[in-house]
Design a protein around this ligand. Structure first.
Ligand SMILES: O=C(O)c1cccc(C(=O)CC[C@H]2O[C@@H](n3cnc4c(=O)[nH]cnc43)[C@H](O)[C@@H]2O)c1
Length: 235
């Protein structure tokens, strides 16, 4: 056996299926996001909405803790996020079809190599296509501007056009960026096989840092409205 082979990661599986009536765990990074989701869910008792903190490590640890005590049929990472230019506008919603740990790898003289390429992977978690489609159909019917695509999890918010372009080249189709999705998804899928979703309301574009351009209030309002659509999709 190669001493550096990671035998843990291949246990990421997704054998369980969401069934109507199952409990849903929604994880947000901060309380403003949690409050928005709770307003949208209008007190529906099938949903628990918890704060896991900012960043993938905090998100993974706190999601894993929450999954010890309750049985959930679906885990949702929800919050605001950055949209890749030309892929997701500010004020739109992004539903992940794939959740990608986009900066988990090594830097080489030829550029970035992901853990997958080094044999330590995977760094990408697929989302069940039928779940994605039913959420997107319901959001579209409710007239939300919605995009489907890979949502990147990063430990550092992208702050230059060069870094944004590098990430977009690294993950073809990259649609949004946030900091928690992969941590939440890893905790839910690894060994437990609980289906996952990631939903991001776009507050800013991925690229040069421009704090004044962030539309956090608008994104939280959209997150609230989108959460009420989850009530219909997840009966
Ligand atoms: O730029 C700043 O000064 C700054 C100060 C405090 C917090 C931030 C954040 O980026 C909060 C990250 C938080 O929000 C999500 N998020 C929203 N937009 C993005 C993005 O473009 N790239 C990554 N994460 C984003 C993220 O999931 C965190 O929960 C900045």
């Amino acid at each position: 056996m190669d001493l550096l082979t990671n035998e843990k990661n291949p246990n990421i599986t997704n054998p369980r299926k969401w069934e109507p009536g199952m409990r849903v765990l929604v994880l947000t990074a901060v309380s403003a996001e949690r409050e928005a989701v709770l307003r949208g869910l209008r007190g529906d008792r099938r949903f628990d909405v918890l704060i896991v903190g900012v960043g993938p490590v905090s998100a993974a640890v706190n999601t894993a803790k929450a999954l010890v005590t309750n049985d959930y049929g679906l885990v949702v990472s929800a919050g605001i996020g950055g949209g890749f230019p030309g892929k997701a506008e500010v004020g739109s919603l992004v539903v992940a079809n794939e959740i990608v740990a986009a900066d988990l790898g090594v830097e080489t003289s030829e550029g970035f190599s992901s853990l997958d390429e080094l044999g330590f992977g995977p760094t990408r978690i697929q989302v069940d296509a039928s779940l994605v489609n039913s959420v997107v159909e319901a959001l579209t019917a409710a007239k939300f501007p919605v995009e489907i695509g890979p949502v990147l999890t990063v430990s550092t918010v992208t702050g230059t056009a060069e870094s944004a372009a590098e990430l977009a080249a690294r993950v073809p189709g990259a649609t949004a960026e946030a900091m928690e999705g992969y941590g939440v998804a890893f905790a839910a899928t690894n060994d437990l096989g609980i289906p996952i979703l990631e939903l991001r309301a776009i507050s800013n574009l991925v690229g040069p840092r421009d704090r004044a351009a962030w539309r956090i209030k608008e994104a939280l309002d959209i997150l609230e409205s989108a959460s009420s659509v989850l009530l219909e999709v997840l009966p």
